[in-house]
Structures are given as structure tokens and as C-alpha cells.
Design a protein around this ligand. Structure first.
Ligand SMILES: *Cc1c(COP(=O)(O)O)cnc(C)c1O
Length: 528
């Protein structure tokens, strides 16, 4: 078989493969949605051969390992009963479109390899920019296809989006002036000393995504200088402490590169008071970045968009398309209020990415990248504002349902009132329930309860019928901070029904009951 030959015979082979894979994919998506209980050690063994295959296999020979080693043990991220992660089911058009994206194989780095895709990407980014900032039609006419302007950048992950936003903030804060050529050319230490700063910081709550540690590291700030402000019991940044931290940095002559607001924390969905953070950032004359990787699509909902009030004041905003926009892995956007901000990171190369062109790679951390914009473009057309509004409203409604169920069940306790569609709760083993209801738990009780929850989550994952993730939270117990392990549900999968939610909670009750019996036989809870 010829690898690249477009002959009729090769096309037949390709079709046969496509059909086989389609059957495999359909079976994966629709039959038996439990995750296999093979243990990970055994699975690793199947991938331990380090020798390169020499002679090419026929597809027929390769197929069994594809099916049995990989697909069989893949995680059912779209299963309606796997409500512990941020990866959901995909809408009907994504899988067929993925074939087209691969068939076209555009490289979005430059117009020469992405002629129609470049303006298509800019249009989709412009539309999403408008969702956040709501400028006039004229504004968008002026900027969408203006090579001087960057309304947004399409990247492969929220991590890259956050890093890109802070990179722009850094280069703008420490730009060229007089004889000084700017941080981009002279480096951070020269820039800080030119501007008279003794170091630089980034400030946000202690629930910031760990991508900010990466950003602080890469941008030369040092992750020690990523200042993490405590949150209140609703998972919102403490504004008083934020304000104090700003004053402290200023008195120490430290440059505050950016203040971060989170719109939907990864662990519990908390939304920071964006409006208040915006005023603090404004008076400190610093960049205000909103990490709305999870929460941004709430803007589609008339009922819920008020929860993000203040986001329109952000200098930059991150949105994960592969989370609540139901796009496949690898589509994330970062937006800029000022269309010229991203000029601070512009690079060009003589053989590609030309000055004055619409080449998307000139203001982007990534170089070659796939035509993922096609998914975004399609989704905005095929789902539309109304479709997204429905999806968001339903997710939040089901969260209320699950929260209500948890409140009425003596076995469970909700840890915090949810802002959006993430729920953090704990299973309370029988011997502690009485004291838990009367708020009489002591610190050592929390330890035992936490270990029990950790074990419950691990067993549930291993059994594989349903899935809930776990997180670690700090709670206030009288005047002490106590760290607890809690269960975390994410309600974003449109396929999840109330029946599925009940089934997940029932599964946890069953597993917990079994664990409680084992525990009482064995003595103290041990963590597996
Ligand atoms: C998921 C998430 C990120 C990181 O996104 P990746 O796409 O996983 O890199 C950043 N911030 C928040 C709040 C998130 O929820």
C-alpha cells in the first residue's frame, strides 16, 4: 500500500479504514459507558516496548492494539454519569468536522497556508470579543481585519492563554522608552532597573489556576512573586487583603504586572468580585486579567451573565472553548480590550510571518497550529447565542437540583454554596453525622472524614460506573483553618439528567456503605 498515493485503490483502503474506525468510535460512545477496571500498572505494561517498529504494519495488523489497548481503556469523558471533570460531550457536528479540518490541514500560522481560515478565525474571535466587551458595530468594522489590531488570539489551552495575556502585560508595562529598548529586547533585570523597580509581582487569589505559576516562572517574575491572596468561604478573593497587598508592593517599589480575577475557579467555580478588582487594578494602574477559562460562557445567558459583571473592564480575558463551549480539546481564546495591546509581543521572520500582513503567527506564542478556528466558527453558527444560553441555563439548573439533593440527604454535606455549576461536598460517615448536624465536629474528626472521602473517590473511580473528582479545601473551624478532602462535581454535560445525578449519588452511597462496614471490621480508615 502506498502511503500518499491518491489512486482509486488507496481511496478504497482509506474508506475501509474510516468505516472500521467509525464502528469503533460509535461503540465507544454508545455502548457500555463504564471505564474498565484494569489497573494502571497492567495498562502501562502494554506500552512498555521501547523498540521502534521496523517494517511497516498493515492497518489490519495495527487495528487490534488500537482497539484493545487504547480505545477499550479510554475514559468516557462524555458519559452523563462522569460528572467530575471539565471535559464534556461534544455536539453532533464536531466529529465529522474534525475529518474536514484534517483533510484541509491548514496551518494557521500565516495567510500563505491558511488563506480563508485566517479571516475566518479573526471573525470568530471578533464575535467572541463582542460578547465580552460589547463595543459598537463600527468598532468591530474597524478592527476585525485590521492588521494593526488583535482582538483575540486562538491558542491550544487555557495555560497558553494566561501566559500570553501576562506576556502582553509585561511587555507593555516595561516597554521601550528613550534609549531603553524595552524588556523584550533587554530582558527583565535591565527593564526593572531602568524603571526603578525592585522586582515584579502578579497578584490573584490562592485559587488561581497553576498556569499562573508557569507564567510567573517563564516571564522571569519567579513563582515566589506570584502573590496568592486568601479567599472567603464562598471562594472569592478577600478584597481587603488584595488592597493591602497592592499597597505593600507599591511601598516596596515592586512592579505589579497584573491583578488576576477568576471567573469560575477550577476547583469550586467561585467567581471573584470582578468589578471591585477592576477598580483596584485601575487605581494601581496595572493590567487586569480575568481568567474566565471556565465561566465566560455564562455571558451567553441573560439569566446568569450578571454574575460576571465587571469582566468588560478586563484588559485581557481567557476563555476555554474546550470547556463550556463544547468544542474539542485544544481550542482556547485570549481577548484584549485594547486592540493594540498584543503588538507588544509581535515578532516577524523574513521567510514567513511578514510585517504588515494578517499572518496570525506574528502575535502568538505558538507557531504552526491547526485550523481549530473552524470548530469555533461552526459552533457560533450552529449553536448560536440561544443554544449556548440554553446549555448554560440547564447546567446551572441541574447544579441546583444536585445541591438540593445533597442538602436533603443526611449522608452528604455541601461545603459551600455554589456560584455556578461546580459543587463541592463531603460524605459524612455514620458515626459523625449526629455531631456534623450540630456543628460539633472536632479537628480530628475532619481528618477521618477526609480520609474516608479520599478512599470513597478512589474506589468509585476504580469501579468505573460513575465518576466524581476530589479536591482539597481549607475551611474555617472556629478560629482555625482546617484542610479537608472533598468531592467535586462538575455539571456541564448536556447529556446528564436528574436520573444520572441520582445514580451517581446512589453509587457513592453504595460504595460508602461497603467501605463503612470494612472500616468497622478493620479499625481506623486506611487510605488505599
Ligand atoms: C481549565 C482552566 C485553566 C487551564 O486551561 P487548560 O486548557 O487546561 O490549559 C485555567 N484557568 C482556569 C480557571 C481553568 O478552569
Amino acid at each position: 500500500m502506498q502511503l500518499f498515493n491518491p489512486s482509486a485503490q488507496s481511496q478504497l483502503v482509506e474508506q475501509a479504514i474510516e468505516e472500521k474506525l467509525a464502528v469503533l468510535a460509535q461503540a465507544f460512545l454508545h455502548e457500555n459507558l463504564s471505564t474498565t477496571d484494569i489497573d494502571f500498572e497492567h495498562l502501562m505494561e502494554r506500552f512498555s516496548d521501547s523498540e521502534l517498529p521496523r517494517a511497516p504494519f498493515e492497518f489490519e495488523q495495527y487495528f487490534p492494539s488500537l482497539a484493545e489497548d487504547i480505545v477499550t481503556h479510554a475514559v468516557h469523558t462524555s458519559s452523563p454519569r462522569f460528572i467530575g471533570h471539565m471535559t464534556s460531550a461534544l455536539p453532533y457536528f464536531v466529529r465529522p468536522l474534525a475529518k474536514l479540518v484534517t483533510a484541509l490541514n491548514q496551518n494557521a500560522v500565516k495567510v500563505e497556508t491558511a488563506k480563508s481560515l485566517s479571516p475566518c478565525e479573526r471573525q470568530s474571535l471578533g464575535r467572541m470579543h463582542r460578547l465580552i466587551y460589547q463595543y459598537s458595530t463600527d468598532f468591530y468594522k474597524q478592527h476585525i481585519h485590521n492588521h494593526q489590531s488583535t482582538l483575540g488570539i486562538l491558542v491550544s489551552g487555557g495555560t497558553v492563554a494566561n501566559i500570553t495575556a501576562l506576556w502582553c502585560a509585561r511587555n507593555n508595562a516595561l516597554g521601550a522608552r528613550g534609549k531603553f529598548a524595552g524588556v523584550e529586547q533587554e530582558g527583565l533585570s535591565a527593564a526593572l532597573s531602568f524603571y526603578g523597580y525592585k522586582g515584579a509581582t502578579i497578584i490573584g487569589s490562592n485559587l488561581m489556576h497553576y498556569s499562573f505559576d508557569k507564567a510567573a516562572d517563564l516571564l522571569g517574575i519567579g513563582s515566589q512573586n506570584l502573590i496568592k491572596i486568601p479567599v472567603d468561604d464562598r471562594n472569592h478573593i478577600d478584597l481587603k487583603l488584595l488592597h493591602q497587598a497592592v499597597l505593600h508592593c507599591q511601598s516596596q517599589r515592586k512592579l505589579i504586572l497584573a491583578i488576576i480575577g477568576i471567573a469560575g475557579t477550577t476547583d469550586a467555580g467561585g467567581i471573584d468580585p470582578l468589578h471591585d478588582i477592576a477598580s483596584i487594578a485601575r487605581s494601581a494602574k496595572t493590567h487586569f486579567h480575568v481568567d474566565a477559562a471556565w465561566g465566560d460562557p455564562l455571558l451567553f445567558s441573560r439569566q446568569h451573565r450578571h454574575k460576571l459583571a465587571g469582566i468588560e473592564q478586563a484588559d485581557s480575558v481567557t476563555i476555554d472553548g474546550h470547556k463550556q463551549m463544547y468544542l474539542p480539546m485544544g481550542i482556547v481564546m485570549v481577548f484584549f480590550r485594547n486592540p493594540h495591546l498584543a503588538k507588544a509581543i509581535e515578532k516577524s521572520a523574513s521567510y514567513t510571518i511578514r510585517n504588515g500582513s494578517l499572518d496570525l503567527g506574528k502575535r502568538s506564542l505558538e507557531g504552526s497550529r491547526p485550523g481549530m478556528a473552524l470548530f469555533l466558527h461552526a459552533a457560533l453558527n450552529l449553536i448560536g447565542v440561544e443554544g449556548y444560553e440554553f446549555l448554560i441555563d440547564e447546567g446551572l439548573r441541574k447544579t441546583q437540583y444536585m445541591a438540593e439533593r445533597i442538602r436533603t440527604m443526611p449522608e452528604f454535606e455541601l461545603i459551600a454554596k455554589p456560584d455556578i455549576n461546580l459543587l463541592v461536598y463531603q460524605y459524612i460517615p455514620e458515626p459523625f453525622r449526629e455531631r456534623a448536624t450540630h456543628k460539633q465536629l472536632i479537628k480530628s474528626d475532619y481528618c477521618v472524614i477526609s480520609r474516608f472521602n479520599e478512599r470513597l473517590q478512589k474506589v468509585q473511580r476504580q469501579v468505573g460506573r460513575t465518576f466524581i473528582s476530589r479536591t482539597v479545601k481549607s475551611i474555617r473551624h472556629f478560629d482555625q483553618e482546617v484542610t479537608i478532602v472533598a468531592l467535586r462535581a462538575v455539571l456541564a454535560n448536556p447529556l446528564t439528567s436528574e436520573t444520572d445525578i441520582d445514580a451517581v449519588l446512589d453509587d457513592q452511597l453504595q460504595i460508602a456503605a461497603r467501605l463503612e462496614i470494612e472500616t468497622s471490621l478493620e479499625g481506623p480508615v486506611r487510605v488505599v
